[in-house]
Design a protein around this ligand. Structure first.
Ligand code: UD1
Length: 419
């Protein structure tokens, strides 16, 4: 167990090259299972979730080597179609392997991912997509035994909600299926485009990624390739907010500002000056932030649920009252009681939080409730008076590479304490 110890009140300033996207690298690494050979994936962030994905790949029989920020996966020989429960539990997004394993082996055994820190995370949409493609699913003592004895066959998949993971699974399972698959009401996140770009580079034929209708023309075989994952838009949002809440001046390199189209206008509404030059974003913060009228989480291109917790910290120290509505996950306000311990004024009812900005937060000992909630508490520590201890960093380590080092490079006083 470790904790971040933060001495607040320092102005975040300087420039940072932002890590590769966590939510891209996981499905892309899973996709290498389909390629039957040696793929080289660049710009992979060093995260515990990436390590979890590597463990699953090795368990399936792949050879995996990490060289700096590149991961080389040789999937020539796959010896198993099962992910053991222990590995499934370690990383709930491991369900993303389902479509890839089925595509390669015509069968897959996984365990049902249980409850999660931000809500139940059911997988009904993933299973619906697999069934549409001809997969039989049997549930046996918490295990999901999936098989397509006659191979997967392309079909129309119409989602009732644009789930990111289910869209990825549908693409992974259909890219080598027989015939054409049409995915209606697909998720449009940049990470979906990244996955499809990778698969197309491997010889796949996918059209419409980033739009609501994706068409996949099944190919008999995919080939390995070399690919670089996109920049992590949520890590970008987090570091920009670090600048915003400390009256700072920060430049992020290697970004894709288009992916932040729903985020940057809210930082401007809060009074920050945003300057974009090619792939770099510069944020200059005012002495005191303004309130943000409404922050409403939506599927992409709407405001991302993953940036909701960090923005909660921002409006906690803004002038006036802000409202946050969380539409994607049912229990994603667990950082709020911890922020209140630090002096924030927040009322909560169901999926709505009303925040009355205070002049300052005060350092306290708090517990990271989940990945983005933990990041929000670190941000609160950066602008709080005195010392903040954020316990339970294991969640934060799932998504932020070298978090304390990067923040320290930007002039923060953050140290990791191992208990
Ligand atoms: C992905 C991201 C996560 C992000 C989320 C929403 C990864 C590894 N994780 O998660 O960081 O917060 O997108 O942008 O990419 N749902 C169902 N049935 C299903 C699947 C989902 O009801 O079969 C519901 C979920 O409970 C949730 C909503 O749909 O309420 C969104 O989930 P989804 O888009 O699937 O998120 P993930 O892929 O799990």
């Amino acid at each position: 167990m470790s904790a971040f110890v933060i001495k607040g009140g320092r102005r975040i300033s300087g420039s940072l090259r932002v890590q590769g996207s966590k939510n891209s690298v996981l499905p892309i690494l899973a996709a290498t299972v389909l390629t039957e050979g040696k793929s080289v994936i660049h710009n992979c962030p060093k995260l515990s979730d990436t390590d979890g994905t590597i463990k699953i790949l090795k368990n399936l029989g792949c050879k995996v080597i990490r060289e700096g920020s590149s991961i080389i996966v040789d999937s020539s020989n796959i010896s198993s179609a099962e992910i053991p429960e222990k590995l499934m539990r370690e990383m709930r997004s491991s369900v993303i392997f389902l479509g890839a394993i089925l595509g390669r082996m015509n069968s897959a055994v996984i365990s049902t991912p249980g409850g999660c820190e931000i809500g139940l995370r059911p997988i009904d949409l993933h299973l619906y997509a697999m069934k549409q493609l001809g997969v039989q699913v049997e549930e046996n003592y918490g295990k999901l035994i999936c098989s397509a004895p006659n191979g997967l066959k392309g079909k129309k998949i119409t989602f009732s909600f644009p789930s990111v993971g289910a869209t990825e699974n549908a693409v992974l399972a259909s890219v080598t299926a027989k015939g054409t698959t049409t995915i209606v009401n697909a998720a449009r996140e940049p990470e979906i485009i990244d996955l499809c770009d990778f698969l197309n580079k491997c010889g796949g034929e996918i059209y419409g990624a980033g739009e609501s209708v994706i068409t996949v023309k099944g190919k008999e075989k995919l080939f390995p390739c070399e690919y670089s994952v996109i920049c992590d838009r949520i890590a970008c949002a987090t570091y920009l907010i670090a600048g915003a809440v400390t009256g700072g001046d920060v430049v992020l390199e290697n970004t894709n500002p288009v992916h932040l189209s729903a985020v940057l206008p809210l930082l401007e509404e809060a009074g920050c000056d945003i300057n974009i030059r090619c792939r770099a974003i510069r944020l200059k913060a005012p002495r005191r932030l303004n309130r943000i009228d409404k922050i409403i989480t939506q599927p992409y291109p709407g405001f991302p649920t993953d940036a909701q917790a960090p923005f909660t910290t921002l409006v906690c120290v803004a002038k006036g009252t802000s409202v946050i509505v969380e539409n994607i996950f049912e229990s994603r306000f667990k950082h709020i009681p911890e922020l209140v311990r630090m002096g924030a004024k927040i009322r909560m009812e169901g999926r709505v939080a009303v925040i009355d900005g205070v002049e300052r937060l005060y350092g306290a000992e708090v517990v990271s409730p989940d990945l983005r909630g933990g990041a929000a508490l670190v941000l609160a520590g950066l602008c709080a008076e005195g010392e903040t201890v954020v316990n339970n960093t294991k969640f934060i380590d799932r998504g932020y590479e070298d978090f304390e080092d990067n923040l320290s490079m930007l002039n923060a006083d953050v140290k990791r304490k191992v208990n």
